[in-house]
Design a protein around this ligand. Sequence first.
Ligand SMILES: Cc1cc2nc3c(=O)[nH]c(=O)nc-3n(C[C@H](O)[C@H](O)[C@H](O)COP(=O)(O)O)c2cc1C
Length: 354
Amino acid sequence: METNIKYDHLIIYYFSGTGNAKNTSIWIETIAKENGLTTLLINLDHKKYIETPTVIGKTLIGFCAPTHGFNLPPIVLNAIWKFPKLKNTDVFIINTRGGLKLSKLFLPGLSGLAQILPALILLAKRFRIVGMQPIDLPSNWIFLHPGLKPKVIDSIYQRCHPIINNFTLDILEGKRKYKALLSLPIDILTTPIAILYLFIGRFFLAKTLVATDNCNSCGKCVKQCPVGAITMLDHIPFWSYECESCMRCVNICPERAIETTQGYNFVFFVLAFTIIPPSLFYLMSTIGFSNWISSSVLTENLWELITMPIYLALAIISYKILHFGMRFHFINRMIRYTSLSSNKFWRRYHPPKY
Ligand SMILES: Cc1cc2nc3c(=O)[nH]c(=O)nc-3n(C[C@H](O)[C@H](O)[C@H](O)COP(=O)(O)O)c2cc1C
């Protein structure tokens, strides 16, 4: 039978917190193999730079990663930024988003810059973009909601698999597919949030996980963290600001000891917002800046520029104190009572394994 397949070799670079992007890459690889391509899947865990890939015959390169804060995770953006220039090589980008299901209705996630930004970087490197596909696999964001029920996960997966198979076949046959551009106007609107998340928000989020006294110091979270952000300090896991909040540790912990700290975060922000701005205002007016702080738009923005690093520094310090406090039974109980994730109904996210 004559095939219209345009490529000999496929390389996919993927990053996956909880398995969705990995599963998507495996689906694509399977179709590619069935169509006679040689394939290579490269996991971006811990990768700070990318070696120049061996290009065999006509090669297709893919990037596949989850959407984090309306963008790709920084580790993936960094890999694309540092990716060797392979002029006129065909590439595709897939971002897995947080899909949900309400009764029979499948709800999509939102890409934000997760397609546009890598596409612009790759275009600047003179790659030829042949496909841009978002895919709405189940949301894994345990901080915001409980993991979806196995039945719901299954039905979302069943919906997504054929979409990826069709996308792959079309791309392999040389067709161009730019599904991601359909939501471009909405995606562009999210730019300020995506930028805030990339430069500020993710550092706060990195400080929202703790291990309770259920933790037996097995070290699985340390070994499995894709960016090496977790270390054992006095036998208790500690999350550094390099954490990508990918949710892998929360979901794989065999003791269910890792909790999201909503209650603690609420108290932190209420205290920080009620104490820092008035004290800073008072301090600046005592040293003669009271006129300068008057409310022009410029100074309001400057005000935020000054206060944001203070909040961040405070979050980092208070997280250290919290980490120390977790060795005391009373603090442990407080964290558990005020963490949504410690409720029994707050399921962890377990996607199917391929
Ligand atoms: C910190 C964080 C931020 C997220 N931000 C978004 C987002 O902006 N848009 C979206 O559609 N999904 C978002 N999600 C959901 C994931 O992108 C989605 O569940 C993805 O399929 C997970 O892929 P993975 O299993 O390969 O990590 C977010 C998840 C996390 C943990």
